[in-house]
Ligand binder design. Structure first.
Ligand code: NAD
Length: 558
């Protein structure tokens, strides 16, 4: 009930246009991005301020939301607002080039950092789960993950299927905020995707949004549609209302052979993974008896992973999609590791993404504060002109323009590396200065980036030097971005893989078109991906060491 107190009478949605409610564009940008996270078109459960990823919130409750909004409106150009787990707790006199907002979400002293203890703090009203970009106000709806998912499937196509997913079937689950990107990422690689989701309305929503091509009536119909598209060599995605823990074993019984199997249900938190059973009853159990719900969720996860492992034994390529499904199955007593202690099927980062991290690449993004999609299309053009030789980028922009709907403030995600981000940040600032876009542009990234996260079951799984769980790197990343002049900086615990399993930081800077901003953009957009070069060079990745030498990242002792 506390969530509903002080809920705004008018539905929250990011303001568009050039009129300011705050004293600086930087504070206005933070406000609009907070509003954008909550916009019902963007957020998962508006009433409870849940943006995505299970229970990832933008503010602790509506009362604290109102206080944050008021504080941002009053914030001076030399002040900084401090946010502790979704609550504004102080305003500091700093200086104009310092961040306007500093955010810490869900952090707990390491020995106490368990889901159970977090839940207790959450119930006491002392914390909220910030996920990655939910509590740090730089979520851009499903597109945010889409290019990363697209790049991952492209890398799988290269490694296993001769460069394209044409004529292959991928089976996965989850049609929520991030997981909903999977079917489109597969079809953008010309493959066929069967995606399973227990909440029927979510399947329908993704069909409406264009992320899923078609909803199947039942499993038989789904398999017919998939086989037909596969035979025709068409990219096509089929949504099936059902539970992965039920459907995957059924696929095995039917002798159905997928080419790729993965999963992106919210398995990182047992309260968000839906156990098998009639959906209405299961959801009622969640409120009536949470402990029993979690017990059943864990049992279903074990069944789900057993089926993935059996599919792998039968020749399907299995990959973990960063939701700690394997880790939870292990908690449930299933053996998910080989004798050497490695997971029986790899996570997507060590499997496919780490070489990109070694070049400082990651999910860089920008959003148009004007609210005008034309601004994003103008920047798309500048992007293609700035990097004319990058074929993958050109293909991404072409496909994104054709297939990716703008949801909330128009935005674009684009994996750029060390050197490229700085260069393009300055291009954007210049477009703002020349009035070629109608308002300032917010530039940020996911916390899932090359140098901003420690997460042993995901981004830092299987690091070359065994430094998987070393969390100094994201802390340094946040400090470095503050020192370099970012506009808002955040430090979180537990994003992606659940409380206690990751530490990560976020960075946002607003291109306002001023020369001072150009200076700060130059510093921040070098510092931030530079942390990825340092992190991977230090861990012994030669590619990162080469990039450091070639592009002039200073590493003592290299
Ligand atoms: P979400 O809560 O928005 O959506 C998850 C969906 O999974 C929901 O629609 C839910 O109904 C469905 N689901 C739950 N149990 C299921 C089951 N048994 N069978 C089929 N579907 C089921 O969460 P999200 O934002 O989509 O994120 C999903 C997971 O992916 C989270 O664990 C998140 O932390 C992780 N994640 C991974 C990446 C990455 O890059 N790999 C990025 C962001 C998030």
């Amino acid at each position: 009930p506390m969530f509903y107190e002080f809920k705004p009478t008018e539905t929250v949605k990011a303001k568009h246009g050039t009129e300011l409610r705050c004293k600086t564009w930087e504070a206005e940008a933070a406000l609009r991005m907070l509003e954008n996270n909550l916009d019902p078109a963007v957020s998962l459960v508006y009433d409870e301020l849940i943006v995505y990823g299970g229970a990832g919130r933008a503010a602790r409750n509506w009362k604290e939301y109102q206080t944050i909004v008021k504080t941002l409106k009053e914030l001076e150009a030399d002040e900084t607002m401090l946010v502790q787990s979704g609550k504004a707790v102080g305003v500091l006199k700093t200086w104009p080039h310092a961040p306007r907002v500093l955010i810490a979400n869900s952090n707990i002293v390491p020995a106490w950092s368990t889901q159970e203890y977090f839940d207790e703090l959450d119930r006491m009203g002392l914390m909220m789960y910030g996920q990655m970009t939910a509590g740090s106000w730089i979520y851009i709806a499903t597109q945010g993950i889409l290019q990363g998912t697209y790049e991952t499937f492209a890398a799988m196509a290269d490694q296993h299927f001769g460069g394209s997913l044409r004529g292959t079937i991928t089976v996965t689950a989850g049609l929520g905020g991030m997981s909903g990107a999977q079917p489109l990422a597969v079809t953008m690689n010309d493959g066929v995707c069967l995606v399973i989701e227990p909440i029927d309305e979510r399947v329908k929503q993704k069909v409406r949004e264009g992320y899923v091509d078609e909803q199947a009536r039942d499993l038989t119909h789904a398999l017919e549609l998939c086989e037909r598209a596969k035979a025709d060599g068409n990219g096509w995605s089929v949504g099936l209302t059902g539970n992965a823990a039920t459907v995957l074993p059924r696929l095995l019984e039917l002798g159905f052979q997928a080419d790729i199997v993965t999963d992106q249900t919210s398995a990182h938190d047992l309260m968000d993974y839906i156990p098998e059973g009639e959906i209405g009853e299961v959801l009622a159990l969640k409120t009536a008896n949470p402990e029993e719900f979690k017990r059943q969720a864990l049992a279903s996860i074990v069944k789900h992973v057993e089926a993935i492992l059996e599919m792998q034994r039968r020749g399907t390529i299995a990959v973990d999609y960063g939701n700690n499904l394997r880790g939870q199955a292990e908690k449930g007593g299933l053996n998910v590791r080989d004798e050497a202690g490695h997971f029986l099927y790899p996570g997507f980062v060590p499997g496919y993404i780490r070489p990109l991290f070694c070049e400082g690449k990651g999910p860089f993004r920008w959003a148009a504060l004007s609210g005008d999609p034309q601004d994003i299309l103008r920047i798309d053009r500048a992007l293609l002109e700035t990097f004319p030789d990058n074929k993958l980028l050109a293909r991404w922009i072409e496909k994104a323009q054709a297939k990716v709907p703008f949801i909330g403030l128009p935005a674009r995600v684009c994996w750029l590396g060390y050197g490229e981000r700085e260069k393009f940040g300055l291009v954007i600032n210049d477009l703002v200065a020349r009035g070629e876009v109608k308002a300032p542009i917010v530039i940020g990234r996911d916390h899932l980036d090359c140098g901003s996260v420690a997460s042993p079951n995901r981004e830092t799984e299987g690091m070359k030097d065994g430094s998987d769980a070393v969390a100094d790197w994201p802390l340094l990343n946040a400090l470095a971005n503050c020192a370099s002049g970012a506009d808002w900086v955040s430090l979180h615990n537990g994003g992606g893989v659940g409380i206690g399993n990751s530490t990560h930081s976020g960075m946002v800077i607003v291109a306002t078109g001023t020369p001072e901003k150009a200076e700060r953009l130059r510093r921040v957009l070098t510092t931030d991906p530079g942390m990825g070069i340092f992190r991977h060079a230090d861990a012994g990745y030669e590619l990162a060491q080469d990039v450091a030498r070639e592009r002039g990242a200073k590493i003592p002792g290299l």
